[in-house]
Structures are given as C-alpha cells and as structure tokens.
Design a protein around this ligand. Sequence first.
Ligand SMILES: C[S@@+](CC[C@H](N)C(=O)[O-])C[C@H]1O[C@@H](n2cnc3c(N)ncnc32)[C@H](O)[C@@H]1O
Length: 194
Amino acid sequence: MSGEHGGQPFDSAKWKRLESEERLAKMPPSALAEAMALQGSETVVDVGCGTGFFAEPIARRCNHYIGVDHSAEMLDVFRKKSFISVLGNISLERAKADRLPIGTDVCDIAFHVALLHEIPDLVAFHDELKRVLKPQGRLYAVDWKANETEGGPPLDHRVSRERAVELLERDGFEIVDQPDIYADQYVIVAKPRS
Ligand SMILES: C[S@@+](CC[C@H](N)C(=O)[O-])C[C@H]1O[C@@H](n2cnc3c(N)ncnc32)[C@H](O)[C@@H]1O
C-alpha cells in the first residue's frame, strides 16, 4: 500500500543504501542521539527502524531501545549487528507502525526517520504514537526536507516540514522544538497535547 502522501513502500533489497558511508557522514545517528538528551533511564521506540542505522548510539544512552518494522528482511539485517548482544537492551519487533506491540504510556521517546511518506493512515499512526508515549514523552519526527537533495524519495512524495507540523498539530501534538542537525532532513520534536 502506498503512503497517504503517495510514497511507495521502501524496497528492502536496497537496504545497503541506508548503511552507506555517505549517509553516515551526512546524517550521523549520534547527532540525533545527542539531540534527545537521554539520561539513561528511558524507553525509546524507533518506528520503521529498518536495519537499525540509528540504534547503537541511542541504545547506548537509554535503558531500553525497541525497534519496530513491518519488514522481516530489514529486521533480519538488523538482528545480525554485533552491538545487539554487547548492549543487551535492544528488542526488535515485527509490526505495523499503527499497531505497535507496546503497552500504553510506556515510552519516554518515540522516533521515526524517513518513514512519513510510507504511512497509509497518518491519523491512526499519530494516535498510536500518543498511546505508547508517556504523558511527558516526546516524539522525534525526522524526514526529508522537501527540496532537491542527493537521494531520497521523489519531491512530490515527501511530507514537508510545514505539512508534518500541520499534521502533528491536527492530530493532538504540540511542537516543542525543531533542532537543525541535518542538512537534508528536518527534525520536529513534539509532545502529546495535554
Ligand atoms: C526508508 S526506510 C528507513 C529506515 C530507518 N528509519 C532509517 O532511517 O535507516 C523506511 C522503513 O520503514 C519501514 N516501514 C514502512 N512502512 C511501515 C509501516 N507501516 N509499519 C512499520 N514499518 C514500516 C520499512 O520497512 C523500512 O524499513
């Protein structure tokens, strides 16, 4: 199924693109981990985690990292990573983004990267994120800026920063920050509106 914004599902055969040296240099996962200002006690869910490109620096700084993806192939690549057994606080779950296998009010942080354009029903997705987040929890929504970049989905499939803010506010989130940490992607930090 294509996303609400016309995006096509990610082709898992192309997973190596997500792990490239170029991506690591342009979009270091540690920058997102630092922006989260983790204290070590948090439960963090990475929705649409893919191969776990963002997992290691975040899992190192939190209590429990949960990676969720609907693709068995992507999770298989992730499961082979050696840091999983070293860190011992990583759980991987195969599930849809709008049916997370997580209890209510469990997560301190939910985040997703390069996912929005693939989600068929953003209202249901946002409702699910609000359900799993603690009342004081934070969502980090990270996605492609809607301007020409090297790589990334076609421009007309992207959910722009402005549209993402509009959708989050429509769906019961309050925007608390927009740290400028990546050249080609925006980061929106939001909390459930009380
Ligand atoms: C472009 S990849 C990004 C992966 C990872 N977030 C990263 O930035 O490296 C998008 C991922 O979202 C997953 N995905 C897409 N739609 C999903 C859905 N509805 N539920 C769960 N996972 C989904 C895909 O299988 C894929 O692994």
